[in-house]
Write a protein that binds this ligand. Structure first.
Ligand code: BDR
Ligand code: CA
Length: 312
């Protein structure tokens, strides 16, 4: 299996993304690093520990990363979407495992440097930790096999402002550093996540599988209510889980190599990903942008895998 790190801010869809990775034999989840984002860092870290414990995988180390964005403090969190504690009002049992004593970037650098095989990193929160890794441990960062990011939008506008997707908006300077680096990056944005909707029937299928599925479904209930009230939809968009699907099975999404920059100005466009769709780029800093998705297949993959957690 491919060694995998998930850099995350759980977060409801982050929780599903972690569970999905644990359910997938193609990858070996070696490390979870946490970052500020949907809620404050101590909470995202605690949530990551609890989600691993739910799946009986407290052996996976959790290292805490950045508590704030690089330059401008994030003006607001996303408690209104994910619940004030980040997991949709569900209190999962506390994990017996301690937080890894190493800072996230140190844990990441050590894994990248010692792994015999290239490591895939799935970054599904603000990109602060990845930007710090690039700056502090550039040689370790250069060993990343694949960097799959949930973030940005090429054609769909934003979800936190008219221009910006949440993860990019929450640390625009970090996103700009990462997306203009030479890391082998694949960007999974709103273009492919928004059409990929998990409806109540899908949720019921893994809820029926057993206690882990039941808890995963419970975590989704508040998200479902938010989606209904905000967008009038009957399902939820599980952004981070789609990115992790692509990390698990490369080629799930159709991608095109593009030049991408981030608006780091302080105006209305802050946090927008400017994806140059005029040309296919061959620049070393270009990014594989996900432009096509088979949403039905992605939902089926997620539901089947989540259900399999209870079936052992
Ligand atoms: C992203 O923002 C967060 O709220 C979600 O967890 C996801 O990573 C979607 O824009
Ligand atoms: Ca997230």
């Amino acid at each position: 299996p491919t060694p995998l790190v998930i850099d995350t801010d759980p977060g409801i869809d982050d929780a599903l993304a972690i569970l999905l990775a644990l359910a997938s034999p193609e990858v070996d989840l070696r490390l979870v690093t946490t970052v500020h984002g949907n809620v404050e860092l101590p909470q995202t870290t605690d949530n990551a520990l609890r989600v691993l414990h739910l799946a009986g995988r407290s052996d996976v180390p959790v290292a805490a990363g950045a508590a704030e964005s690089l330059v401008h403090a994030q003006p607001e969190r996303a408690g209104h979407v994910h619940g004030t504690a980040g997991l949709g009002g569900v209190v999962l049992p506390a994990s017996p495992a301690p937080i890894d004593p190493r800072p996230a970037v140190v844990a990441l650098a050590e894994l990248l440097t010692t792994s015999a095989e290239p490591v895939t990193v799935a970054a599904v929160g603000p990109l602060t930790n990845i930007a710090l890794l690039l700056r502090v441990f550039p040689e370790a960062a250069a060993r990343i096999g694949r960097l799959v990011i949930m973030g940005g939008s090429a054609t769909r506008g934003g979800n936190v402002t008219a221009a910006a997707e949440f993860n990019i908006w929450a640390d625009a300077e970090a996103a700009q550093a990462v997306l203009t680096s030479t890391l082998p990056t694949l960007l999974v944005g709103l273009d492919v996540t928004l059409p990929t909707v998990l409806d109540e029937e899908d949720i019921a299928r893994f809820a029926a599988a057993g206690p882990i599925g039941t808890q995963a479904a419970a975590i989704l209930q508040q998200y479902l209510a938010h989606a209904r009230a905000t967008y009038g939809t009957t399902g939820v968009v599980v952004h981070d889980a789609l990115a992790v699907s692509e990390a698990i099975v490369p080629g799930t999404l159709g991608t095109v190599r593009r030049d991408v920059v981030v608006d780091t100005g302080l105006g209305f466009g802050r946090g927008q990903t400017l994806v140059d769709r005029r040309t296919v780029s061959s620049a070393p800093t270009a990014v594989d942008v996900a432009e096509q998705v088979d949403s039905a297949a992605a939902v089926e993959f997620l539901v089947t895998r989540l259900a399999s957690l209870d079936r052992g």
